[in-house]
Write a protein that binds this ligand. Sequence first.
Ligand code: SAH
Length: 248
Amino acid sequence: MSIFDTNKSYDFGDFLPNILKLGINPTQSQLNSIISFFELLVNENKSFNLTSIVEWEPFLLRHILDSACLNLVFSENDYKVNLLDIGSGAGIPGIPIKIFNPDFKVQMMDATKKKIGFIDKVISQLGLTDTYSHHGRAEELGHHSGFRGQFDYVTARAVAELPTLLELMLPFVKQGGYAVAMKGETVNQEIQKSTKALHELGGKIINIIDPSEFIQNYPGFLVVIEKISETPTRYPRRNGVPVKSPLI
Ligand code: SAH
């Protein structure tokens, strides 16, 4: 079950009832993948700082359950989904999305090469099929024909404030597809600042999901943005500009 320390047992505690409330009933093999992901992360973190979360319970709560909330957005009718996770870091939320939605094609992108190296290890150790990683910046890959306008869903957690994030995400989304931003307490302020970015980039907020309706005291929100028209080709602007001069 566990690849580094076969004697250690992992308690899933409240995680299982909570994840059931999200409509996910994980198999033993999916739970094993979560354990393997945790062990790879803890091991890699000894030589390269990937995350501040190295304890099992916080890992389940803040990395896995947080990512699983995205299943509140996905539809049962979703077919042949092509999903991109921008600024995945150690593979969050991309890796858990793939574990819980094995039929999705999941692609992860990050500007830091070492993080992509870690994601590649996870993909290979967990045997994840139809899962890919890309080293690069959203500002550049967003102009490549293999990426631009190609995705049904684009996700991001802890990458940038919403006006900036919209410029990084929406170019990748297909018309009629969705960008889903995982946000914390500042969600309302960020939305208020996003009117111009939404208008310029062809996005419309269609839902703000509060997972605490399902999971008590849940701290975050999911902002679901539909791409309702083409993003002008001048976006995203060059490296660093979306952060330095957001469309506000
Ligand atoms: N999503 C992960 C990591 C968040 S840290 C999590 O929630 O745990 C933010 C990550 O975004 C970093 O790994 C950083 O390298 C990446 N990043 C920031 N700006 C980016 C950009 N413009 N293009 C690609 N990756 C970016």
